[in-house]
Design a binder for this molecule. Structure first.
Ligand SMILES: *[C@@H]1O[C@H](CO)[C@@H](O)[C@H](O)[C@H]1NC(C)=O
Ligand SMILES: *[C@@H]1O[C@H](CO)[C@@H](O)[C@H](O)[C@H]1NC(C)=O
Ligand SMILES: *[C@@H]1O[C@H](CO)[C@@H](O)[C@H](O)[C@H]1NC(C)=O
Ligand SMILES: *[C@@H]1O[C@H](CO)[C@@H](O)[C@H](O)[C@H]1NC(C)=O
Ligand SMILES: CC(=O)N[C@H]1CO[C@H](CO)[C@@H](O)[C@@H]1O
Length: 385
């Protein structure tokens, strides 16, 4: 025993409570620090949801089939959102009856009531990307398997959009040819006319790899725009739909996947966790936000069939949040133990894919946050805080 305490045992009585109080205080500080970075308190706008629906009355002349088609018949889902001119521009994925996806645009001044533009803004056409965006069976004149209702799926899917500091917009989207999903990039200066810039990963090693869901790191401006921001001299993008991987770029168009030097393997910055809502897979949501506490990424996750979160049906898509080091975007600092949004409404639980809230759009408009998500791969909902 400490001789000091032996000679003055009463001191223990004085100091112990102080030590105890001190340790409780620092535990509280710790948990407050961990909670402080999370964007929580979201409320689904039940009185209006779902805010965007499929329709049989949107007709568009397909440049490939040269026929008028109803391009929004089957599903309207997975939207990106950006603020421009005090309005929300929502870019949704619309599927026609056969499951071809095209990216459409809807505009709102209050973030809740949207008006769709008549024709899609990014879609399969006779260009250099056609080989990645038009089902290979259609190109080869093959018939889909009898009775298969998803075998002709193809097109341009699941956009994410960010502003640049020179006033342009960069979209990442998925091109799907019925076999392989590939992450692609398009750019625009007015949000209506888009130029396809090709595959995000042009290296031979990765150009035929399955890739999806590119969330670029940016910073929220006072006018609500989120502008792509360099960290440590370069742009960064989280991507992937099993684990989260990360890539770097100098121009936001051509991306280089970060690999382990020893093995050439893609580095994983976030993975599925047995026992949690994200036990099956993780996939980025909207752009990642560079904030004081770190880089905040809202991510989508699927619950596994076993060794999963027993409070959710298996394969449920619910969303969580992760925080990465703001000077090292590949270093995970913290992640939420629980989902903050999950399917609990009929239109979230039943649809093209059941049990899905898939978050892809996030904007800050007139001092409020709006979160847009696909419901059951069929419609679109909004939550606010
Ligand atoms: C769906 O596919 C069928 C058979 O190929 C075709 O006749 C029809 O025009 C297609 N519909 C749309 C909306 O593309
Ligand atoms: C900005 O939005 C207003 C409606 O809120 C509209 O009248 C105006 O044309 C828009 N301007 C541009 C440049 O889009
Ligand atoms: C998952 O759990 C079910 C029910 O307990 C069991 O039948 C099945 O074998 C398990 N599967 C795996 C891969 O562990
Ligand atoms: C983030 O990285 C920096 C630079 O390496 C380091 O000093 C800092 O402690 C890290 N932050 C956290 C929260 O881990
Ligand atoms: C690879 C994969 O399964 N991605 C899916 C992620 O979740 C959304 C929402 O259900 C689907 O649309 C994607 O296909």
């Amino acid at each position: 025993m400490n001789p000091f305490l032996c000679t003055r045992p009463w001191l223990v009585l004085v100091f112990l409570p102080i030590l105890w109080l001190h340790s409780c205080q620092s535990e509280r500080d710790e948990s407050r620090k961990i909670q402080a970075w999370i964007l929580d308190g979201w409320v689904k706008v039940d009185s209006l949801n779902p805010i965007l629906l499929p329709t049989d009355t949107a007709v568009f002349m397909c440049p490939l089939t040269k026929s008028a088609i109803n391009w929004q018949t089957r599903n309207v889902l997975n939207p990106a959102a950006v603020v421009r001119n005090d309005s929300v521009f929502l870019f949704f994925r619309a599927q026609d009856q056969n499951g071809t996806s095209r990216i459409g645009l809807a505009i709102s001044t209050d973030g809740l009531h949207f008006k769709k533009e008549a024709i899609p803004v990014v879609f399969p056409e006779a260009d250099t990307m056609n080989v990645f965006e038009w089902n290979y069976k259609k190109r080869l004149g093959l018939k889909p398997e009898p009775g298969c209702t998803t075998c002709l799926f193809d097109g341009t899917e699941d956009p994410r959009i960010i502003s640049t500091d020179d006033g342009r917009y960069v979209m990442t989207y998925t091109a799907y040819d019925g076999k392989t999903a590939r992450l692609c990039v398009a750019t625009s200066s007015d949000l209506t006319h888009w130029k396809k810039e090709g595959l995000a990963f042009k290296d031979d090693k990765y150009k035929n790899m399955w890739s999806k869901s590119g969330a670029i790191i940016g910073k929220v401006q006072p006018n609500g725009q989120v502008v792509a921001t360099r960290v440590d001299g370069t742009y960064w993008m989280y991507f992937g739909d099993t684990d989260l991987f990360i890539a770097q770029s100098d121009d936001l168009i051509s991306w280089k996947i970060c690999e382990r030097a020893e093995s050439g393997e893609k580095i994983r910055v976030l993975s599925a966790r047995p026992g949690y809502f994200d036990s099956r897979l993780v996939e980025p949501g909207p752009y990642a936000l560079l904030r004081d506490q770190g880089i905040l990424l809202i991510y989508n996750a699927s619950n596994a069939a076993n060794f999963s979160d027993p409070s959710l049906p298996k394969f449920t898509y619910a969303a969580g949040q992760a925080l990465f080091n703001k000077s090292k975007p590949y270093q995970l600092i913290d992640r939420t133990p629980q989902y903050f949004i999950h399917p609990d409404k009929t239109y979230e639980k039943t649809g093209e894919v059941n049990e899905v809230c898939f978050v892809e759009g996030l904007v800050f408009l007139k001092q409020r946050w709006f979160l847009y998500y696909g419901t059951a791969d069929s419609r679109i909902g909004v939550a606010i805080k």
